[in-house]
Write a protein that binds this ligand. Structure first.
Ligand code: ADP
Ligand code: MG
Length: 569
């Protein structure tokens, strides 16, 4: 064995552990699901790598997860023959908060500290699944070996402040995690009891696509010749014997290939959590079998909560690709455009070539066809949602849809019809662009909008004075991404979108006489402000205020300039 190194957990990990242990105590059994889910992810990764490097996995590619219980030593053990981890990976993945931006996490932690609980939703978002082991364990030992490595790694911790790592001899590739269980009190679940574990696996992890195997003690009838009988031929003593046998605890039934009516809400919720690593409930479920030239199963979920890191470029696309129930890849960017990456789901396409590489996938006609259908399905669900529910969705994912407007040319009009804005006249309520058009004044030709930081500042903007006077409605856009929306959406249903801030609003042309009257003043002001403004003009735009700053027709809005500056451009 190599030398043992001790590392301190990062502060946030310590705080997190404390919170997990305290807030999830009433739901302790979820550690089983978390560890199975990690094992399943690790096997997915191994299978993916095996496609490009089969030799590396040839010795051991009968993929499975094994649970072993020891009631005497009070241990729960789970092993997989997945991708394993190198020493560096152990330090990166297990010593810190996995995946998520620490800053975002700390912020959420601050908020949740007030109540001294970390909600399960949050725990899911930050991918702290592994640490759930400490809800039930005093000490956790993780042995792991990555493919092609000579040595394995042991990570061990009591979850208090530090952990140790050292190199070890390990025969097989993959990971074995041993939980040294805390003492239980009367009435607590006993996680060394096979019945308890069978039940938990069935409940939370039934659809996991690899067998979860456990040795289970069973009674079997004794073979005829082993049964002792009296002179009448009646058996004396036992006719059954206890045997230990491997049993697969999960049905592995791919829920997407079941027919729609046969899947319960609970099954959907569990499956959604399994694939998304989220803890919210799906807002909408799209479960469909496409039939035609090619057939494929689709199961997609629209989440009800947006992830904190929705716009981080390294965020994964939520779609997984399967072929005849065999996992091909997750993060399948070819199945949905990037802006719909928040949708979580599975496509199982039996006709796909199993040896697909990502490059081939992009070119694949079947895949392109599937993608088109998925997008269509999502739009039809969004369009069919009832008003309140859609608005709830929009508050979470409106930004994602907006991101589609500059990028998805084909669906621009559809996306635009899904936009919702509050306006100068809507009384804090959302309206659609279609509603805006319906409400337009008779002499009004264009759709007016104003962008800025907050509704209040927009409502009080002097830029609105003349529009207000004419009783024109103005869309109030307070999302930074609205700047990109308006730039790539010059018109909607043949009505131009026009910034209330830019250029000459054409409301009432200023007559030449007025212009001449003020020309001396204008040139004086222009001279004074030369370095700061492009032009100074007479305008009818203002009613109560004396002057205002405005952009020219093709320039950036003031808010856009602010965003660009803030992002260092
Ligand atoms: P998440 O699964 O959301 O990434 P976890 O806390 O459950 O977060 O796991 C953290 C990380 O530890 C995983 O992303 C993975 O890199 C690594 N890991 C955990 N369990 C295993 C395992 N059985 N095999 C390989 N890597 C694992
Ligand atoms: Mg996990």
């Amino acid at each position: 064995m190599g030398t043992k190194e001790t590392h301190q957990f990062k502060t946030e990990v310590q705080q997190l552990l404390h919170l997990i242990i305290n807030s999830l105590y009433s739901n302790r059994e979820i550690f089983v699901r978390e560890l199975i889910s990690n094992a399943s992810d690790a096997i997915d990764k191994a299978r993916f790598k095996e496609q490009t490097d089969p030799d590396l996995f040839a010795d051991d590619n009968d993929y499975h997860i094994r649970i072993s219980l020891d009631s005497e030593n009070k241990t729960f053990q789970i092993s997989d023959n997945g991708i394993g981890m190198t020493l560096d990976e152990v330090n990166d993945n297990i010593g810190t908060i996995a995946q998520s931006g620490t800053a975002a996490f700390m912020k959420a932690l601050e908020n949740s500290k007030k109540e001294n609980t970390l909600s399960p939703e949050l725990i899911g978002q930050f991918g702290v699944g592994f640490y759930s082991a400490f809800i039930v364990a005093d000490t956790v030992t993780l042995d792991t070996k990555a493919p092609g490595q000579d040595m394995g790694v042991r990570w061990e911790s009591d979850g208090k402040g530090s952990y140790t790592v050292q190199e070890i001899e390990k025969e097989n590739r993959g990971t074995t995690i041993t939980l040294h269980l805390k003492a239980t009190e009367d009435g607590d679940q006993d996680f060394t009891e096979s019945y308890t574990i069978q039940h938990i696996v069935k409940k939370h992890s039934d659809f996991v696509t690899y067998p979860v195997i456990m040795e289970v003690e069973k009674s079997e009838p004794l073979p005829e010749n082993e049964i002792i009988k009296d002179s009448d031929g009646k058996p004396i003593g036992d006719t059954f014997k206890k045997v230990k046998k491997d049993e697969t605890l999960n049905s592995m039934k791919a829920i997407w290939s079941k027919s729609k009516e046969d899947v319960t809400d609970e099954e959907h919720e569990e499956f959604y959590r399994h694939i998304s690593h989220n803890w919210d409930k799906p807002m909408e479920i799209i479960h469909k079998k496409f039939e035609g030239v090619t057939e494929y199963d689709v199961l997609m979920y629209l989440p009800s909560k947006a992830p904190m890191d929705m716009f981080r470029p390294e965020r994964k696309n939520g779609m997984q690709l399967y072929c005849k129930r065999v996992f091909i890849m997750d993060d399948c960017k070819e199945l949905l455009p990037e802006y719909l990456g928040f949708v979580q789901g599975v496509v199982d396409a039996p006709d796909l070539n199993l040896n697909v590489s990502r490059e081939i996938l992009q070119e694949d006609r079947l895949v392109r066809n599937i993608r088109k259908n998925l997008v269509k399905q999502i739009f039809s669900v969004l369009e069919g949602m009832e008003k309140e529910k859609y608005e709830e969705f929009y508050v979470e994912f409106g930004q994602a849809l907006k991101a589609g407007i500059p990028t998805d040319f084909q669906n621009k009009e559809k996306l635009a019809s899904l936009l919702r804005y509050k306006t100068t006249k809507s009384d804090g309520k959302y309206i659609t662009l279609d509603e805006y058009i319906e409400n337009m004044q008779e002499d009004q030709k264009e759709i007016y909008y104003l962008t800025g930081e907050s509704l209040t500042s927009l409502m009080n903007s002097p830029l609105l004075e003349s529009l207000k006077a004419k009783d024109y409605e103005v869309l109030l856009m307070v999302d930074p991404i609205d700047e990109w929306v308006t730039q790539s959406l010059p018109d909607y249903k043949e009505k131009k979108l026009k910034s209330a801030e830019k250029g000459d609003l054409d409301l009432d042309k200023v007559d030449d006489e007025k212009k001449n009257e003020y020309s001396a003043l204008m040139s004086f002001l222009k001279g004074k402000l030369e370095a700061k403004v492009k032009d100074v003009v007479v305008s009818n735009r203002l009613k109560d205020s004396v002057s205002c700053l405005s952009g020219d027709d093709y320039g950036m809005s003031a808010y856009m300039e602010k965003i660009m500056k803030a992002s260092g451009q």
